[in-house]
Every structure is written in structure tokens, then in C-alpha cells.
Design a protein around this ligand. Structure first.
Ligand code: F6P
Length: 538
């Protein structure tokens, strides 16, 4: 079965939501909280170790009900069934979308079960030193070479779970930037370094360039030249991997039915399993699987991914906020915003609908962010007093991992305080009375009071989780994956292809031949001038 092709703007709910926007234009978050004593009941969800509060978004009970009608009119339940059934919902590439199968512990797919066993045994042997380098030494460092989905997920997860890591250090090389490659390798010992080359296609320029540099580095530095002991690869393109010189036992599979940006739940997660051990990696999958079950089985109004997707659609399509900030209140999650950029922007950055027509409503948001409280001292000024409406996801944890209560209380008081400030704001009357109480003179008050006014009424969503561990991180990432899916369904786009990344790649490879030869082709003046300049330097 293929996904329904429903233009959301033709639904009854969409029209009602346009009316809601006008009705709500006279309200503020403060007035909504005053009027609705039961706001938290219907705009928050407690589930497992998650406490999700989306009540600080500018909507009321009626709006929320209409949003759930929108989800129904756009056939969200059918679509979820198609996703989990393995229907070919990635229509433009003729593929199923089954990353959820990689974390399904009831799966009957023997290949996935074999992969899990292989990840378990391989990572354990790297950790305990059974698998050694060609000079017989235990590995101390692992370098993941891959880009996009073959890099961002494992990199973010290993950073997020570094509290749980063992003595092995995992490094990442992604960009086709020889300087970065050299900077990573310069501190490593070739005898004790193991490379994981991750590429679904095994044709990606960046990854193959970096993998070849790593191969040369091993060959140059180790007399035995046995690169096989130092490399494994994860790919769908087994022949290309063998041609690269990788041992058959050291090849891990990827599947057509798993998109790169959803792939870390399978073999692409090998570096995660090496870093935190297979038992922890398994917990990470279990967490994601629990969220899958919640997404599949919960009613719309208590379904975390669906509700958060609906809120995001409300903010984007009706309140006109086209960017969305992700603010985790823990340094462990500092890579989450860039990971979610690929997950959300590569998936939903589309302007053609599922019928092949140009879309005339807003789709994929711009995703950005950083960790609180750092971001408070960087870009929060614009969120508080700028002219743009920027909804934020605040992600926090009730417990810290190292147990510094004093710091954690301060951190989390900022978490709550910022959301409260964004919602409440501070009007001129309040500013003036505060300044008077602090004995400012009349002239200073007149001169400066306006600048101290905060409009407030800025939407935030709080995702408060008991503790950061492999299981809760799995839940969080799976939650965002299902938000991406739900938004794509409602926006009537195909979330699982990424045709938009192709053109630049093709042009870059043509231009490379011109940079390296004496010929410059027929281009616009600006491109020609760039090529001329680069010929002299590269
Ligand atoms: O350029 C985008 C992309 O196709 C991503 O979707 C993918 O994760 C990345 O490139 C890397 O591709 P591969 O794993 O085939 O090297």
C-alpha cells in the first residue's frame, strides 16, 4: 500500500485552524493559563521516564482538538501501520522504511538477528583485546569514517553516553577536509588504531577519500602492511568494500530499507557498541523500541510524537514560526541539534507533495540550537526580544550523572526560569515599578524602561526525563524520528528520500576535474573566477 495523498490545506481541520489563529490572536499564554485551569491535563503527557509539557504553546483546548482532527483527516493511524508493516512508503526510491525493525526485539528477520550477534561479538572482542592490530597490540582508538547519517548518529550518541564509556576512545572523520583528517590521525598510534568505514553506498567522495588516506597512513607506518586487521566496513555495497581490501569477516551489512539518517540502530551503531559495550547498546535499542510501541499504540491525544508534531505544525503553519530551536540542558547532548538538523531537514525539507505537485504551504523547519545555559548567554536575546517567533524544545533531566546537586539545581532552575520568562514576559508597568523600587531616578526610568520590556508569549515545550542513560536516549531519538514521520505525513511529502542533495555532488565532481586540469569549462563569471583562483592554490 502507498501513503495517502491528502493536501492538508483541503481538510476541514486546516480551515478551522485558520479561524483558530484569529480567535487566539487576542490571547496570550498568560491569559490562556488564567482561563484554563485544566491546561496541564490535556497539554502534557507522562509516559515511562518522560514528562512532556507542551502547555506553554499558544493554543487552547479547541485548537488542540482540531489539531488531532487534522492528524485523523491526514490518516496518521493508517500511515503508522504502513510504516511498521514495511509497505513501500519511500515511493520515489521504491523502498520500505524499516529502521524500527533494527530495534525490534521480536523481529523474525534473521539477517537483522545475525547482525546484532555480530555487533555484540565484534565489539566485545575489540573491547577485550581479542581482536588485535597487525602487530599484536590491543586497540586503544577507533576512528569512524563516514558522513551524514553514517556519522552524525553514532557521533551524537557516543558523546551523549560518554558517562557510560569504556577505555577505548572513538574519533570521527567526516568532512573531505585533509586538515581535519591529519589532525585526528596525528595523535593516534597506527598499531593501536582501528577504522570503521561507514557508507551505505560506498561511493561517497568524502568517505572514500578519508578511508584511502587512513589506509595509506596504516601502510606507511606499519611494516607488515596488513590493513585488513585495522579496517572494517559497514555498507550495502559489499563488492566495493571488498575491492577496498576489507576482509569478508570484517564487513557489516546495511539495508536499502533503512535510510542513512535512521541507520544507527543497526550495524552503523557498531562504534556505539564499542564505546559503551553491547549491553548498553542493547538498552539504547530497547528504549527506542519502547517509544515505537508507544507511538504505535497510544491514542492521538496521549501520543507524544504525534502531539509534539501537531504543536510544531501549529507553530509553523499557523503562527508563522519557521525555525525551531532545540535546547538540551546538558552538555552531553551538545551534538543533538546538529544530529536533528539532518534528521528533520533532510527528511522534511521538501517542496513537492506526494502527488508530485509544488506545495503552497510551509513545510520543513529550520532546526538549530545549543546547550542551555550556554545558549542563554549567546542567542537567547533574540528569542526573548527579537522580532521572530522561535518555539524551543527544552530537554532536561531530573537527575545529573555525577551527582553535583548544587550545579544541577542551578542548571535546572535556569531550565524552568527561561521557559517561564519566555512565556510571562515583563510589561512596562512591571519594569517601571521595579526600577522605582530600586530607587532609579525619573530620567533614567524614562530613558531605559522600554528596553527592559519583554513581550513574552514565546512558545516552549519541555521534555523532562528522569535521567540520561542509554535507554532514555533511545526513547528520545525514536521520539524525534516519529515526529519527523508525523510531520511528513501531514505535510503530504515523502520524508525518506533526499533528492535535494544530489545536484551539488554532481557539480562538485565535474568542477574537481576542472580544478585539477588546465581547462575551465563554460560557466557563469563567478564560478569561472572561483575556479581560476583555486587552480593557483590547490
Ligand atoms: O548526502 C546525503 C546522504 O545521502 C545522506 O543521506 C547519507 O547519510 C550520507 O549522504 C552518506 O551516504 P553514504 O552512507 O552512502 O556514504
Amino acid at each position: 500500500m502507498s501513503l495517502h495523498k491528502i493536501n492538508p490545506t483541503t481538510t476541514k481541520a486546516w480551515k478551522k485552524l485558520i479561524e483558530q489563529k484569529d480567535i487566539l490572536s487576542v490571547e496570550t499564554l498568560n491569559s490562556l493559563f488564567t482561563k484554563e485551569s485544566n491546561r496541564l491535563n490535556y497539554l502534557s503527557i507522562k509516559w515511562d521516564c518522560f514528562d512532556v509539557d507542551f502547555s506553554k504553546n499558544i493554543l487552547n483546548k479547541k485548537t488542540f482538538n482540531i489539531l488531532t482532527e487534522l492528524a485523523k483527516e491526514c490518516k496518521i493511524s493508517d500511515s503508522i501501520k504502513m510504516l511498521f508493516n514495511g509497505d513501500e512508503i519511500n515511493e520515489t526510491e521504491g523502498r520500505s522504511v524499516l529502521h524500527t525493525e533494527l530495534r525490534n526485539f521480536k523481529t523474525l528477520n534473521s539477517s537483522i538477528l545475525e547482525d546484532r550477534e555480530k555487533i555484540k561479538s565484534f565489539s566485545s572482542k575489540i573491547i577485550d583485546g581479542t581482536i588485535k592490530g597487525c602487530t599484536g597490540k590491543k586497540f586503544t582508538d577507533v576512528v569512524n569514517i563516514g558522513i551524514g547519517g553514517s556519522d552524525l548518529g553514532p557521533k551524537m550518541t557516543i558523546e551523549a553516553l560518554k558517562f557510560y564509556k569504556n577505555s577505548l576512545n572513538v574519533h570521527f572523520i567526516s568532512n573531505v577536509d585533509g586538515d581535519h583528517n591529519a589532525e585526528v590521525l596525528k595523535n593516534l598510534n597506527p598499531e593501536t588504531t582501528f577504522f570503521i568505514v561507514v557508507s551505505k553506498t560506498f561511493t561517497t567522495q568524502e568517505t572514500l577519500t578519508n578511508a584511502n588516506l587512513a589506509k595509506k597512513w596504516i601502510e606507511k607506518n606499519l611494516d607488515t602492511k596488513k590493513i585488513q586487521n585495522h579496517f572494517c566496513a559497514i555498507s550495502t555495497n559489499i563488492n566495493a568494500v571488498k575491492d577496498f581490501g576489507i576482509n569478508e569477516d570484517y564487513i557489516f551489512k546495511m539495508y536499502d530499507f533503512v535510510g542513512g539518517r535512521f541507520s544507527m540502530w543497526g550495524s552503523v551503531g557498531l562504534s556505539i557498541s564499542i564505546s559503551i559495550g553491547y549491553d548498553n547498546f542493547k538498552k539504547f535499542l530497547i528504549g527506542a523500541e519502547k517509544m515505537d510501541k508507544h507511538f504505535k499504540e497510544s491514542p492521538i491525544e496521549k501520543n507524544i510524537p504525534i502531539c509534539l508534531a501537531l504543536i510544531k505544525i501549529w507553530n509553523n503553519n499557523f503562527l508563522g514560526s519557521h525555525t525551531h530551536a532545540i535546547i538540551p540542558y546538558t552538555e552531553y547532548l551538545n551534538l543533538l541539534p546538529s544530529y536533528l538538523q539532518q534528521s528533520m531537514m533532510e527528511s522534511n525539507g521538501k517542496n513537492i507533495d506526494r502527488s508530485g505537485n509544488k506545495i503552497n504551504y510551509s513545510t520543513g523547519n529550520i532546526i538549530w540550537g545549543g546547550t542551555g545555559t550556554n545558549t542563554q548567554h549567546a542567542f537567547f536575546q533574540l528569542i526573548h526580544q527579537g522580532d521572530k517567533l522561535i518555539p524551543c524544545d527544552f530537554i532536561g533531566f531530573k537527575q545529573s550523572l555525577h551527582g553535583n546537586k548544587d550545579s544541577h539545581n542551578k542548571l535546572m532552575s535556569n531550565y524552568v526560569g527561561q521557559m517561564q520568562a519566555l512565556m510571562r514576559g515583563r510589561d512596562l508597568k512591571e519594569v517601571v515599578s521595579e526600577m522605582k523600587s530600586k530607587k532609579f531616578d525619573e530620567e533614567t526610568i524614562n530613558k531605559t524602561a522600554n528596553f527592559k520590556v519583554f513581550e513574552g508569549n514565546k512558545p516552549t515545550t519541555s521534555i523532562l526525563i528522569e535521567k540520561l542513560n542509554p535507554e532514555s536516549l533511545g526513547m528520545l531519538i525514536s521520539m524525534y524520528e516519529h515526529i519527523v514521520f508525523t510531520k511528513g505525513i501531514i505535510w503530504n511529502i515523502f520524508s525518506f528520500d533526499q533528492w535535494g542533495v544530489e545536484l551539488g555532488k554532481v557539480l562538485a565532481s565535474k568542477l574537481l576535474t576542472e580544478i585539477e586540469s588546465s581547462e575551465i569549462g563554460n560557466h557563469d563569471e563567478s564560478t569561472k573566477s572561483h575556479l581560476k583562483k583555486l587552480k593557483n592554490t590547490s
